[in-house]
Design a protein around this ligand. Structure first.
Ligand SMILES: C[S@@+](CC[C@H](N)C(=O)[O-])C[C@H]1O[C@@H](n2cnc3c(N)ncnc32)[C@H](O)[C@@H]1O
Length: 222
């Protein structure tokens, strides 16, 4: 990935989307009944087998891309099992070519989180920590439902619980995420990322090399 030439997010929104409250309230009231996508069911079964009835701390690295962060989180949390999930096979397959480590406590999987989160909570998963690092911002106002906090999957994400960390180079994304959490009854904190610490994802590195600020939201979903 080319570093140092990433343009800052621009949007036709200047504040939180006017439909956000209505969307979040609707999604919190209803449960998705959509059929699961087959490849995600297979990936979820692979995760269950790998976990082998694991009762210790479980960490999810959602939208993990090439899984650099998954390996880093695994190194920093040796007592836990970590699963990185991304829908792009191109990215997850790249993990073995340049990002894999010898750490044994993590798995990188290709799956669609719209289904994976629902499968996970329906199967009783409760997370210790949940990372969502640089999700696609979908900055056009018309695309609010594609942002995680504007999607039906937001309710499933909340049911998984855990210490949540979300990072973005678009502060408004995190302000909206925070508002969505507040509607669901959870407090959160938003601050600038500490760029003295090494970047843990390729996108984080790219934004920093381009001189962009990055932001982090943290929340305890319990
Ligand atoms: C901007 S990239 C960030 C990747 C990585 N976290 C990083 O910082 O390098 C956003 C990622 O979200 C993934 N993604 C988007 N929608 C997804 C979905 N429904 N399920 C799983 N992954 C998804 C994309 O494939 C992409 O790799």
């Amino acid at each position: 990935m080319a570093s140092g030439n990433s343009r800052a997010v621009t949007s036709n929104q200047s504040g939180p989307h006017e439909k956000l409250t209505e969307l979040v309230e609707r999604h919190l009231r209803s449960e998705s009944k959509k059929p699961f996508n087959e490849h995600t069911v297979a990936a979820f079964e692979q995760a269950q087998q790998w976990l082998d009835n694991w009762q210790g701390p479980l960490i999810l690295d959602s939208c993990c891309g090439v899984g650099q962060s998954t390996a880093e989180i695994a190194r920093a949390n040796p007592e836990a099992r970590i699963i990185g999930v991304d829908k792009s096979a191109l990215r997850t397959e790249k993990h073995q070519r340049g990002y894999a480590t010898t750490t044994q406590n993590y798995l990188v999987l290709r799956a669609d989180l719209n289904d994976f989160w629902r499968l996970a909570h329906q199967n009783g998963w409760r997370l210790h920590k949940h990372y969502l690092l640089y999700p696609n911002p979908w900055p056009k106002s018309a695309h609010i439902k594609r942002r995680w906090h504007g999607s039906a999957a937001f309710a499933d994400l909340l049911k998984l619980g855990g210490q949540m960390t979300v990072r973005s180079n678009w502060k408004l994304y995190l302000e909206e995420f925070s508002k969505a959490l507040q509607i669901a009854g959870y407090a959160s904190e938003l601050h600038e990322c500490d760029d003295a610490k090494a970047a843990i994802t390729p996108f984080e590195k790219k934004y920093r090399d381009s001189g962009q600020l990055t932001w982090e939201l943290t929340a305890s979903i319990d």
